[in-house]
Design a protein around this ligand. Structure first.
Ligand code: IMP
Ligand code: MG
Length: 185
């Protein structure tokens, strides 16, 4: 089901490829309904969200533009230090646009807290968040999330764009990484 290189590194498959596909389609339908008659500016947060956004747009029924930004949060092992920095800015202005930020996962919420402040200052017509995954138990700061794919427990997950040390992004499912993989680094 997934590349042999990864099989031994997963504790379990948390969300199957089919479950992800079904949920992404549902989210796209919801977004299409909510934004009917509007033109959406989708902002993908690199690098983790690139797989999710690529699948999401194939089901959207509203006009959209797509742009990307990249942020870096400093990690010790699998936990964010809370220090966030933008490493790639958007190419286009979002002033007056209906902005939908597309994220792979919200953990502490610090990355999005930083990004939403920054985007708000650029005066979009509206600003909402769509995340594939959310770990609400880990939140350090509350984030208004309009669309959530799956609420998951406090486990470190990989696949479908999410990485550990740049590995596992190509897994078609979302799996829980064995703690000994990151515990030993
Ligand atoms: P936050 O700032 O703590 O909300 O973390 C957001 C970023 O941390 C996400 O966009 C991911 O890049 C990364 N991250 C958080 N939890 C996980 C996980 O379980 N697996 C992979 N990356 C994660
Ligand atoms: Mg991310």
């Amino acid at each position: 089901m997934f590349p042999p290189c990864c099989r031994n590194d997963l504790k379990e498959v948390l969300i199957t490829e089919q479950q992800v596909a079904d949920r992404v389609k549902e989210l796209a339908d919801e977004i299409s309904r909510d934004y009917e008659g509007k033109d959406v500016a989708l902002l993908g947060v690199l690098r983790g969200a690139f797989v999710f956004i690529a699948d999401l747009i194939r089901y959207l029924e509203v006009p959209f533009s797509i742009d990307f930004l990249a942020v870096e949060s400093y990690y010790s092992g699998t936990t964010s230090s809370g220090e966030v920095r933008m490493t790639k800015d958007l190419d286009e202005s979002v002033a007056g646009r209906h902005v939908l930020v597309v994220e792979d996962i919200i953990d502490s919420g610090l990355t999005l807290h930083y990004l939403l402040d920054l985007l708000e200052a650029r005066h979009p017509a509206s600003l909402s968040v769509c995340t594939l995954l959310s770990k609400p138990n880990r939140r350090k700061v509350e984030i208004p999330v309009r669309y959530t794919g799956f609420t998951i427990p406090d486990e470190f997950v990989v696949g479908y764009g999410l990485d550990y040390n740049q590995n596992y992004r190509g897994l078609p499912c979302i799996g829980i990484l064995k703690p000994e993989i990151y515990g030993s680094s």
